[in-house]
Design a protein around this ligand. Structure first.
Ligand code: C5P
Length: 209
């Protein structure tokens, strides 16, 4: 079997994971959420991981029903990582090159053969420069905060400030900053519902920039 990779990059709360899940359900793609790796490392090793600790870290990544599931010490952790407090630490450690190398090589190994939709910040610009379709998904900070706050039951003003800080960090870091990848199609989801985004992506499949 060959490989077909769609990358979806964009800021926090732009709807990357939701549309990736829909593509997985309807079109048979395996969804790999790269942010979950940064969040897992943040959750387990905190905000000052060392290279040695990371080398010893045994994350057990499984694919079930088109979804990536992460286990650590036999316990499922990928559904415990959504809080902004973990996102903040994830964004901090995502500046470290050894952390980025670990995440990239783990994901590239998982996505060798088959149909994958990978979402994050550098999936089209670094991780899969040769992706078959690259999407850059955006939305206004207010709309993104509204969606995140509804998902995590956190306070809207708190979430808005946190995602603005995280955008700043992610766009201005030295290694693999959040950019619109070369060859990516930009979709603004501020006024577009998930079906609208889905239609747009389906119409782009098979086209390249
Ligand atoms: O996408 P999510 O909000 O779960 O990502 C958490 C953090 O992980 C981001 O703010 C970003 O700093 C980092 N990240 C990254 N590169 C990726 C995915 C996530 O730097 N490909």
């Amino acid at each position: 079997m060959g490989r077909f990779v769609i990358t979806i990059d964009g800021p926090a709360g732009s709807g990357k994971s939701s549309i990736a899940e829909l593509l997985s359900k309807r079109d048979g793609f395996v969804h790999i959420n790269s942010g979950a790796f940064y969040r897992s490392i943040a959750f387990i090793l905190g905000d000052k991981p060392t290279d040695e600790e990371l080398k010893k870290l045994k994350l057990d990544v499984r694919i079930k029903d088109g979804k990536m599931i992460v286990f650590y010490n036999g316990e499922r952790i990928d559904d415990k990582l959504q809080a902004e407090s973990i996102g903040r630490i994830a964004s901090k450690i995502a500046k470290l090159s050894f952390v980025r190398d670990f995440v990239n090589s783990t994901i590239r190994k998982v996505a060798m053969n088959g149909m994958f939709v990978v979402d994050g910040r550098d999936c089209g610009s670094v991780m899969f420069k040769d992706a078959d379709l690259k999407i850059y998904l955006t939305a206004s900070a207010e709309e993104r905060a509204r969606r995140r706050a509804a998902q995590t039951n956190e306070d809207y003003d708190f979430v808005l400030k946190e995602i603005k800080d995280r955008d700043e960090q992610d766009k201005n870091r030295e290694i693999a900053p959040l950019v619109k990848p070369y060859g990516a199609f930009e979709i603004d989801s501020t006024k577009l519902d998930i079906e609208g985004v889905y239609k747009r992506i389906k119409s782009l499949m098979g086209k390249s920039d």
